[in-house]
Design a protein around this ligand. Structure first.
Ligand SMILES: *Cc1c(COP(=O)(O)O)cnc(C)c1O
Length: 380
């Protein structure tokens, strides 16, 4: 990536996740160009939309029907409305520090920019809305059990990032996702997996494939559109048929399913299917190992999975948002600036995840590790 002054950077932000093939992959460019010349919005379903939908259903067995939208924010907003409409209940549960986009129901103790800028619970969200969003720490099955038991009659859904990505990467403890699945099922509460980051990154079938746990509703975005605005939500036919015109839950969007986003998504998934995730995941392993070596003398933590990684400026394992908040976020910001000077561009916050793409090479990883080693001493 180059800035206006012509400085060159190794990009480990990758637009916060969507660009798993790197910037301007030639095949994606060619496919978008072809579509552009044929038209970019018809206000009606197109062949590309049907093909991408079939692909998503093929990779995610829990999705029989889906709707395309224009962002991850829209995907979770509509999934939550659908869960409420289908169950006739009002409350939802989310994890503290989880980020599900920037709409009212989920800007309650939210991660990502909300935490970076000190507004995890946003002003402007009505108390009447926020009070229906309950929060529990990630990786605490007992807290989940308790909040569900106490609220089950009015609880529509639990929404989770199966691997948290918006407070830095936080992995689910062994058995945690399975336990949440069991508790929600036993209490007839819907489980929504927000796979906007993890879908097509951890595996083509996302965290559900990797961990073998199926959600009732799944939200997707980011990689699904290859960096062009997109989102999707889907689940069983029975649940999705609560949407109008078949059901009574309304959802719509002028640009939803537009051919440009569909084409970019199809092209991205085609390339990804051909190249596989093995190579980029091995680069991820290498990055985490090298970073852990460089960070060892400072006692810092390195976490991640597949092509996700982050250096946490703390010596303790980060298993929840609460653990992440104990990190030295100010020192991380200094590290971010120092790395920029060394030609490495990270997401600008401790509470984000760094991403690798299939365009990164072993040389890029080595250069990034070298830059980290140089900068770490100074931020201490
Ligand atoms: C990025 C993200 C969203 C929001 O997607 P946008 O396209 O930015 O609206 C929702 N959930 C998760 C887990 C995300 O990482």
């Amino acid at each position: 990536m180059y800035d206006v002054d012509g400085n060159r950077y190794i990009d480990c932000c990758m637009a916060f996740g969507p660009l798993i093939l790197g910037h301007a992959h030639p095949y994606v460019v060619e496919q978008i160009r072809e579509q552009l010349e044929a038209g970019w919005n018809f206000g009606a379903p197109t062949e590309a939309e049907v093909r991408l939908a079939k692909k998503v259903c093929g990779h995610f067995p829990s999705i029989e029907m889906l709707r395309f939208v224009n962002s991850g924010t829209e995907a979770t907003m509509h999934a939550i409305r659908l869960a409420r409409g289908a169950t006739g209940r009002r409350k939802i549960v989310k994890a503290t520090g989880a980020y599900h986009g920037a709409h009212d129901a989920v800007l309650v103790r939210a991660g990502s920019g909300g935490t970076t800028f000190g507004v995890p619970s946003s002003a402007g969200v009505l108390e009447a809305t926020a009070k229906h969003t309950l929060t529990v720490p990630f990786n605490d099955a007992n807290a989940m059990r308790k909040v569900i038991a106490a609220n089950r009659r009015d609880l529509a859904a639990v929404i989770l990032e199966p691997v948290m990505g918006n407070a830095g990467p936080i992995l689910p403890a062994d058995g945690y996702l399975q336990e949440v699945r069991e508790i929600t099922e036993a209490n007839e509460v819907l489980l929504i997996f927000d796979e906007v980051i993890t879908g097509f990154r951890l595996a083509m079938g996302g965290a559900q494939e990797l961990f073998g746990v199926r959600a009732d509703l799944t939200t997707l975005g980011k990689i699904l559109g290859g960096g062009v605005p997109i989102g999707a939500f889907g689940g069983s036919k029975e649940l999705m048929e609560h949407l109008a015109p078949l059901g009574k839950v309304y959802q719509a969007g002028t640009a939803s399913g537009n051919p440009l986003a569909m084409t970019a998504g199809l092209a991205t998934l085609d390339v990804l299917k051909r190249t596989g995730l093995g190579g980029v995941n091995r680069l991820g392993d290498w990055m985490r190992r090298g970073l852990a070596d460089a960070a060892a003398e400072f006692g810092f933590r390195v976490q991640g999975l597949a092509s996700m990684f982050q250096l946490f400026l703390t010596s303790r394992p980060v298993r929840s948002y609460e653990d992440a908040l104990a990190c030295d976020a100010k020192a991380f910001h200094r590290l971010f600036l120092a790395l920029l000077d060394e030609g490495v561009y990270l997401p600008p916050s401790q509470f984000e995840t760094c991403f690798l793409s299939t365009a990164h090479t072993a040389k890029d990883v080595d250069a990034t590790l070298e830059a980290f080693a140089k900068c770490l001493a100074d931020v201490r």
